[in-house]
Structure formats: structure tokens, C-alpha cells
Design a protein around this ligand. Structure first.
Ligand code: NI
Length: 134
């Protein structure tokens, strides 16, 4: 069931919002507001909820740093329950990119990302979490 509600908002803020949603390709404000509400609730649920989350962790590292590949593999084996898949791309002669597809408690996923980041030779780690439903 769809419900309607009205929102009071300053002119300038509404103008900025309209430009923003136009740049994102929304055809109505309602569509944009619904997506923003969903995003906010998912974000809240990821950070403070009890249920498992899905996500990716992307790592960029220099594979020429001594022992780095073993350290990364060792860390990943410690979380075999959470790491569902891994994709490895050789960026150039020395740099590698690895994306892990993960599933589990958000705090454990963040722990994996932090663990990877602390390995010497790892240049960048980014993670992205989401949920099936809110
Ligand atoms: Ni590689």
C-alpha cells in the first residue's frame, strides 16, 4: 500500500535536491526520496543490525613485497566462512587487485578489511556492504 506524506523544505534546499535527482536520472521526487529512505535504513541496519550482510572487499597491493601473497592468503583462510569468492587481477608488472565477495557479520567483514590494510605492501582497501532486505 502506497501512502503519501508532505514535506516542508526551504526553497534553496529543494532546488539543490531537484538538480541532484535530475543528474541521477530520477523522473519524480517520490522515486528519489524512496531510494534515499531505503539507503538510509540499509546503512543503519548494516551498522547496527543483527543480521548478516553481503559485500565486497577490494585490495590493491604490490606483490613484489616479500611474503605479502602468503600473508594475504593466510588471512583469507582464517575467514573461509565469510569469504565466498575471490577474483584476482594482475594490474601491471607489480600491482595486483583482489576483490573478495563476503557474507557475514558486518563487524567481522570490517575486521577482515582492517586486517588486510595492516599488511605491509597493501596500498589500498575499500569495502562495500549491503543487505538483501531491510
Ligand atoms: Ni597479481
Amino acid at each position: 500500500m502506497i501512502k503519501r506524506f508532505s514535506v516542508s523544505i526551504e526553497d534553496t534546499l529543494l532546488n539543490k535536491f531537484d538538480k541532484y535527482i535530475e543528474s541521477k536520472g530520477y523522473s519524480t521526487r517520490s522515486e528519489a526520496v524512496r531510494d534515499m529512505i531505503r539507503d538510509a535504513l540499509i546503512e543503519e541496519s548494516i551498522n547496527y543490525g543483527e543480521n548478516d550482510v553481503f559485500g565486497t572487499i577490494t585490495v590493491i597491493y604490490d606483490h613484489e613485497v616479500k611474503g605479502i601473497s602468503e600473508k594475504i592468503t593466510h588471512l583469507q583462510h582464517g575467514y573461509f566462512g565469510e569469504i565466498r569468492a575471490a577474483v584476482h587481477v594482475h594490474i601491471d608488472e607489480k600491482n595486483c587487485l583482489e576483490t573478495l565477495i563476503v557474507h557475514g557479520k558486518a563487524e567481522i567483514i570490517k575486521k577482515i578489511a582492517n586486517g588486510l590494510e595492516s599488511i605491509k605492501g597493501v596500498k589500498n582497501v575499500k569495502y562495500n556492504l549491503t543487505k538483501v532486505e531491510i
